[in-house]
Design a protein around this ligand. Structure first.
Ligand code: KIV
Length: 273
């Protein structure tokens, strides 16, 4: 590929440099057309394992596989050109050993062409993060509400609202930063705890259900587009995609039923030549 044709994307170090500066705009994407749209406005696109819930209809992210993440990662890479693309390592693909984590992360990087992976970061994660970073894999961490641990935590409720979990969340974030993460997602905490994490670490914090004081923000794109009636409290619906799809499908069904579709404009004429 000639240097001219090479796609120039945001890099992980460029995201880290934004600590305390211009807010970092992030969204999730799982397919090429959506990636092409959000790419124009986002610094970072996350191929989140939320894909299991918002695309595949699973009730949690626990059933998401590495093959699913790779397939969606490939689609997002094809659709985008400039944002940094980060792919989630799903449950079961990185927790048991640093070698397993490297095998999963390197497969994701090689088969999708993405530039970084994200792991949900409990206290066990620091060793994995430094092992991956030392071997050329940028890592974004994820603290606070960690959806892959929902069976231990007892659900998807916001976690960081009490003194009991405050120290744990801050310690996990500091350990993740010291281990070499280039950024850390802070999910489902009180504003106070998110702000303390942002002060405590020297890498950008990306908030979701956290605080406007984080260095960046992320939302699950179908949630913010208004695809679902019920969304967590922290989601603001910036669109009404569900209503728009319903309206279009209803109009289509009516026109098929009364035979007004396909009309002349949507059909081909027979020509003898
Ligand atoms: O899976 C996901 O989409 C995420 C975001 C909620 C940060 O991890």
């Amino acid at each position: 590929m000639s240097a001219q044709n090479q796609i120039r994307r945001m890099t992980a170090p460029q995201i880290t440099e934004r600590k305390g500066g211009e807010p970092i705009v992030c969204l999730t994407a799982y397919d090429a057309p959506t990636a092409a749209i959000v790419d124009e406005y986002c610094d970072l696109i996350l191929v989140g394992d939320s894909v299991g819930m918002v695309v595949h209809g699973l009730t949690t992210t626990v059933g998401v596989t590495l093959d699913m993440m790779i397939m969606h990662g490939q689609a997002v890479m094809r659709g985008s050109q400039k944002a940094l693309v980060v792919v989630d390592l799903p449950f079961g693909s990185y927790e048991d050993s640093v070698e397993t984590a490297f095998r999963s992360a390197s497969r994701v990087m090689m088969e999708t062409g993405c530039q970084a992976v994200k792991i949900e970061s409990g206290s066990y994660a620091a060793e994995t993060i430094s092992y991956l970073v030392e071997r050329g894999i940028p890592v974004m961490s994820h603290v606070g509400l960690r959806p892959q641990s929902m069976n231990v935590l007892g659900g998807f409720r916001a976690r960081g609202r009490t003194e009991t979990v405050k120290d744990e969340i801050i310690a996990n974030a500091i350990a993740a930063a010291e281990a070499g993460s280039f950024a850390v997602v802070v999910e489902g905490t009180s504003v106070e705890i998110a702000d303390e994490v942002t002060k405590a670490v020297n890498i950008p914090t990306i908030g979701i259900g956290a605080s406007a004081g984080c260095d960046g923000q992320i939302l699950v794109t179908p949630d913010m587009l208004g695809m679902f009636d019920r969304v967590p409290k922290f989601v603001k619906k910036f669109g009404d995609q569900k209503a728009q799809i319903e309206k279009a499908v209803k109009a289509y069904a009516k026109e098929v039923s009364d035979r007004s579709f396909p009309g002349e404009a949507n059909t081909y004429k027979f020509t003898k030549k």
